[in-house]
Write a protein that binds this ligand. Sequence first.
Ligand SMILES: Cc1ncc(COP(=O)(O)O)c(C=O)c1O
Length: 367
Amino acid sequence: MLSFQPPAVGEEEIAAVSETLRSGWLTTGPRAAELERRFAEYLEADHVLAVASGTAALHLSLLAIGVGPGDEVITSPITWPATANVIVHAGATPVFADVREADLNLDPDAVAALVTPRTKAILPVHLAGQPCDLEPLWALDLPVVEDAAHAAESRYRGRKLGGLSDATCFSLYATKNIAAGEGGLIATNRADVAAAVESLRLMRRGDGSLYDIVVPGYKANLSDVLAAIALVQLGKVERHAEIRARHVALYDEAVAELEGIEPLARDPRDTHALHLYVVRIRAEGAGATRDSYQRALAEEKIGTSIHFLPVHLLTAYRERFPDQAPLPVAERGGAEVLSLPLSPAHSDDDVADAIDALLRVHARFTA
Ligand SMILES: Cc1ncc(COP(=O)(O)O)c(C=O)c1O
């Protein structure tokens, strides 16, 4: 079976973990601090804070900008459920806006139409690594917290994500472009947001046996063992991006010939992080549904994934927010998206195998 997104770790990551274990620092320490410094440099952002996950990054960012009970936060339905879950965790209500047909990122007009006096923040998601159109979201004059879990290398109109909005949240989860297994990073140019996250992520002890806390914090700090892996991965970010770019070009060329199968749009004005290669399978042209394609590819031993099923249709959200209006673009997109294998751990031959299998399946379904 060709794995969908295997981790690209090797001897350097193994050595970095051993060295950390030998150093005696298992929890947050000098490596987490170095990761924050290096990532801030990489993102050209004033502050970076390392936390336990991308989910924690989003949660603490919302709390840091003051989201709480009674507030609404407008977000995308085409995302991993964590994006909406953290709004619920903060005691606020997620409001799902529809997405754009071309790239399934938030539609700024749909967002503007949902703003009410209760709207406290906008939480856009840069799906697959394609930056959202941020300008019209900033123009709404509300705090913006970006979900950049897929977008470590992305640039919006030439500018690195990280210091652009009130807070930008990255994930170091096992499949991500910079992978530590688990972990998250918050970038911000707002000193007050950085200070709030700092006091929320960990209860800090004072000197000696005395300590005090100013807020009841979360245990959301990043361990040095994981930070050590992330540091090595950050050093490889460009090399890994080149491999994925080569594989994306191979997919683009093959998919261009297949009726009913089309990749999500990539805006040439932006830098796409190429975290996922998502195609839409339109049954009318492709001869079968996305689900049939996914099953047929699995039979051909090709692992695929789905990014994403619309969050508002998942049980927890249907039950808790039953009055949600239909979101036609997201709902159709969610039924058609399929992500093909993409990882710097794959060889060109692996991608050729995935493409051959896709061509065979397409030929069968359209015969
Ligand atoms: C779009 C998106 N947002 C948030 C997350 C949550 O990140 P984490 O798994 O690091 O908590 C993920 C995935 O893992 C994601 O894909």
